[in-house]
Design a protein around this ligand. Sequence first.
Ligand SMILES: CC(C)(COP(=O)(O)OP(=O)(O)OC[C@H]1O[C@@H](n2cnc3c(N)ncnc32)[C@H](O)[C@@H]1OP(=O)(O)O)[C@@H](O)C(=O)NCCC(=O)NCCS
Length: 161
Amino acid sequence: MTTLTIRPACQADLDLLWEFLAIAAYEPNAAAARAVPVVATHLTGWQRPGDFGVIAQRDGMAVGAAWARQFTPSEQPVFYVDANTPEVSFGVYESKRGQGVGQALIEALILDARRRGVGLCLNVRDTNPALRLYERVGFRLVRGSEVRNRVGGLSIGMALV
Ligand SMILES: CC(C)(COP(=O)(O)OP(=O)(O)OC[C@H]1O[C@@H](n2cnc3c(N)ncnc32)[C@H](O)[C@@H]1OP(=O)(O)O)[C@@H](O)C(=O)NCCC(=O)NCCS
């Protein structure tokens, strides 16, 4: 298999990030992701001060991305920890899953967060197999964070410990 490289996400990656936001939010495409305010809020205005992220590439082609954005309570994020704990968005192209791309991305994002002196949190549907990956790299469920999500299931909050 070809080498996987992880690089920082920059301002010019915005279009690419919309594709991965659609994946992260289970929307069919970037246009659909832009049309749902609670989804679009993870990227609108990228790259805000404090936004940071990473992109995974194989053979120079992007295959996945993970990034983090700090919300304020007034933005009414679905899950909020504090002013020093940005929220993760995370997706890998379906054909590239199960090959360690996701783990490499989230580990790189965690390293970057630690360098910046911030935590990380995320909101995940309770049926999402990604829960296992999050626990493996150090996220833990936040008690009392369960909320009904926009498709009628349960989502839970997790934070890096
Ligand atoms: C979550 C995701 C980014 C992981 O990427 P990946 O490259 O497949 O991850 P890796 O190969 O490094 O690790 C595999 C782990 O991913 C998770 N996973 C596997 N298939 C998955 C799927 N279809 N959806 C979500 N997570 C999955 C599992 O935790 C798996 O670990 P396990 O084999 O021990 O159960 C990717 O599956 C994805 O884009 N899923 C759809 C979007 C999503 O759920 N994003 C997170 C929202 S909170």
